[in-house]
Design a protein around this ligand. Structure first.
Ligand SMILES: [Zn+2]
Length: 256
């Protein structure tokens, strides 16, 4: 613990000095300007080191991935490609979606809407589909997910997972469904790696508090929600129509 506190202090000192040094300096696109929410570590700099997470920064049209995202158990450089795509690849896709949705900014970070009114007209019902689905997720008793309050994150999950899978299809081609020695296929391992991102242990009290205060859906629904919308998931595991994790086509959300 003492060692971790020392790292936090060192990181905070570094960050503070860096901030002071940049006062009145010209804007540097490569600098990390986006705030990292210091919700689980003392200070922003500490959070950058210890929380595996990513953040969109529309002002520099960039995404920031914290150093902790490139450490175990979140990331393993020796893992097969499909496992990396299901974890880090998904995170990149998720943050890219946040940037896409910040369409009020153009590529150079100026306030200039990159979408036309027609784009919005076509897109908004797709977002509404995601809101509607999340509203129907019952967490316990009569408590359910707040669809509108979590929509940005639920959209980023569904879309980011789709992007990561598309990249995997591009890289693996026919090998996607070839079973290895352990009987699993790369496509299955991709989805398992994704689900692994959300392994969570929570007391009922913490779950209740999370439900009321966080703009992400509870972990279980971050897995079940997007996967049930993706035909690729059903294909990977041979799920039949009518299965719990296969939404009927009329009820399926598709963003792009
Ligand atoms: Zn997000």
């Amino acid at each position: 613990m003492a060692e971790i506190r020392f790292y936090h202090l060192t990181a905070r000192t570094f960050e503070q000095t860096r901030t002071w040094q940049r006062a009145r300096a010209a804007w540097d696109r490569a600098a990390w300007e986006a705030m990292v929410y210091p919700n689980a570590a003392p200070g922003i700099a500490g959070a950058r080191l210890t929380i595996p997470n990513g953040f969109p920064d529309p002002f520099s049209n960039a995404i920031i991935v914290t150093a902790a995202s490139l450490e175990a158990p979140q990331f393993d450089a020796a893992a097969p490609l499909e496992v990396q795509y299901g974890s880090l690849g998904f995170l990149v896709g998720h943050e890219l979606t946040h940037l896409l949705e910040a369409h009020e900014f153009d590529a150079s970070g100026e306030l200039h809407d990159a979408w036309t009114p027609q784009d919005l007209e076509a897109y908004n019902p797709r977002r509404a589909c995601v809101i509607d689905q999340a509203n129907r997720f019952v967490v316990f008793g009569t408590s359910h997910v707040d669809g509108a309050g979590t929509v940005d994150e639920n959209v980023a999950d569904l879309s980011g997972l789709g992007f990561a899978y598309a990249a995997l299809v591009h890289d693996l081609g026919d090998r996607l469904h070839q079973a290895g020695n352990d009987g699993t296929t790369p496509a299955q391992r991709f989805f398992l790696a994704y689900a692994q991102n959300w392994c969570t242990a929570q007391t009922p009290e913490a779950a209740e508090r999370y439900l009321r205060s966080d703009h992400h859906a509870p972990s279980r629904f971050r897995v079940d929600g997007p996967l049930a919308n993706l035909p690729a998931f059903a294909t990977a595991f041979g799920c039949r129509a009518g299965s719990k994790m296969v939404r009927p086509e009329a009820d399926r959300c598709q963003l792009w």
